[in-house]
Design a protein around this ligand. Structure first.
Ligand code: BES
Ligand code: MG
Ligand code: ZN
Length: 493
């Protein structure tokens, strides 16, 4: 999609559809001289039962160079934030697409926004459009003719144009990376294997500041990453640990670790049909980490960053890990395998201790679709946040609220640590009892065993990475959650 910023007045915008934001407080909004069109605008604005994000399409019948006007209600000005604009613009973009409009314009004359920061609002609008129009349609034979081809941002003056041009470019880059992550997560597991993801990582090498190391199975065995090996044993695909280094310097890096189970069948403790259905998405953490590194390099950020992808399939093949097996992790702790479906924490355990020992990061953040319990707790509305360092957790919370990618902290009390003590090994991979009690926290407590002293945070993105229903700019399926959050985090730290 082409993006243009144009300096124009309302009645002089050639396009298929012109989107205009309205607020509940607006009782009149004089936009055009044509009385019929203006009358329809007034009607919409003054209607009583408008809900936020309600829209109205007005056909301008040849009276204006804009073939249609699209009014979208943003609700009360005082509660309207950047996310409202992101949502509203996605509604506009999808409406435009459904009407076969190719040229979609937004009126963003500064005076309409009052207290909302103009540059930020514009960024949110561009994100809403690009994210909202994303569709996983690679395997669809039809449907492809519905495409918005051009986005036009209409400003009032040269000054406004200059003010927003940088952030428009940035919003485009960010959104395209979010869509890239979504695509990786949406593609089926027969395509997106550990090999495929490690090749995707190698594509980042076009940036000179990137270094990639792929630890193959042989090397993983040699170095003793037995938790990762153990999980992969029942699958045809070999495991891999991919290490992406960005901006090598003597500074301490910030490390991101992603769970990359390219398919989670549950292993021998096999999942029932419906639970297994979307398990191609169990590599969303790894895809997000890849996205974060891709974006940081495209934006030429100054921070030193390490990304680690822990890649494997969790399958019930004849050599699959069995209940009661005991493996020695990379950090030499022994782990009793109680449940083969609690595999995410195993691959992360080795990845966490590997990155801590070999790269001595300033902070470690892991992202993982780790527990269905996290969906039980938060639904699809927030990622579970746990960690060993308040300062780091607070910084993540701030970036979460800046980007509206929500997180919510859960406690890591000692009680929980007691529940992963094993009778025969150092730790067990399932909490004592049924295993479903506080499963998100228990998983976090398990991970904590594999971080020695570095500030560490864990995000359980089981609910936020994959939506079962479309919601504004997030389509059904992969959301790309975390890319925007951690870009904000990296920019501020
Ligand atoms: N990948 C799943 C978690 C998951 C479930 C993510 C549903 C997204 C949607 C994970 O490997 C898993 O199977 N977790 C188990 C752990 C249990 C055995 C303690 C779970 O949460 O059910
Ligand atoms: Mg599992
Ligand atoms: Zn899993």
């Amino acid at each position: 999609m082409k993006i243009n910023i144009q300096e124009k007045t309302v009645e002089n915008i050639p396009c298929d559809i012109l989107s205009i934001f309205v607020f509940e407080e607006d009782f009149e909004l004089n936009l055009v001289t044509n009385t019929k069109i203006q009358g329809e605008i007034n009607n919409f604005i003054s209607s009583k039962n408008l809900k936020p994000f309600d829209v109205k399409v007005i056909n301008t019948l040849g009276f204006l160079p804009s073939k249609n006007i699209l009014l979208v209600n943003l609700g009360k000005r005082c509660v309207c934030n950047n996310d409202s604009f992101r949502k509203a613009s996605s509604v506009c973009a999808k409406t435009a697409r459904s009407l076969y409009c190719e040229k979609l314009a937004f009126l963003i004359h500064k005076k309409f926004f009052e207290k909302n920061v103009f540059v930020e609002v514009t960024k949110a609008i561009v994100e809403g459009v690009i994210l909202g129009l994303y569709a996983f349609d690679n395997y669809k034979s039809a449907d492809k003719k519905l495409k918005v081809k051009e986005l036009i941002l209409v400003v009032k003056s040269k000054q406004e144009l200059l003010e927003i041009s940088q952030s428009v470019k940035k919003a485009e880059k960010i959104s395209l990376v979010v869509n890239y992550v979504r695509e990786l997560v949406n593609f089926p597991s027969q395509k997106v294997t550990p090999t495929y993801l490690s090749n995707e990582a190698k594509r980042l090498l076009i940036n000179k500041k990137i270094k990639i190391t792929v630890l193959e199975k042989k090397e993983l065995i040699k170095q003793g990453l037995n938790c990762l090996i153990g999980v992969s044993q029942g699958g045809f695909e070999e495991p891999k640990l991919v290490i992406i280094e960005y901006n090598n310097s003597s500074k301490k890096p910030i490390a991101f670790v992603g769970k990359g189970i390219t398919f989670d069948s549950g292993g021998l403790n096999i999942k029932p049909y419906l639970d297994m259905m979307d398990m191609k998405s169990d590599m969303a953490g790894a895809a997000t980490v890849l996205g974060i590194l891709k974006l940081a390099s495209e934006l030429n950020m100054k921070t030193k960053i390490i990304g680690v992808l822990a890649l494997a399939e969790n399958m019930p093949g004849s050599n699959a890990q069995k209940q009661g097996d005991i493996v020695t992790a990379y950090n030499k702790k022994t782990v009793e395998i109680i449940h083969t479906d609690a595999e995410g924490r195993l691959v992360l355990a080795d990845a966490l201790s590997y990155v801590e020992k070999n790269f001595k990061p300033k902070e470690i953040i892991d992202l993982a679709t780790l527990t269905s319990g996290c969906i039980v707790t938060f639904g699809y509305s927030a990622a579970g946040l746990l960690g060993n360092n308040n300062n780091l957790l607070e910084k993540i919370k701030i970036s979460a609220s800046n980007t509206f990618e929500r997180v919510w902290e859960l406690p890591l009390w000692d009680d929980y640590k007691d529940r992963i003590k094993s009778d025969v090994a150092d730790v067990r991979n399932l909490g004592k009892g049924k295993g479903s009690e506080a499963s998100t926290i228990i998983a976090g407590a398990f991970l904590e065993e594999f971080v020695e002293k570095t500030p560490w945070a864990h995000l359980d993105i089981a609910g936020t990475a994959w939506f079962v229903e479309e919601e504004f700019f997030n389509p059904k399926g992969a959301t790309g959650f975390g890319v925007r959050l951690f870009l904000d985090f990296l920019e501020k730290n």
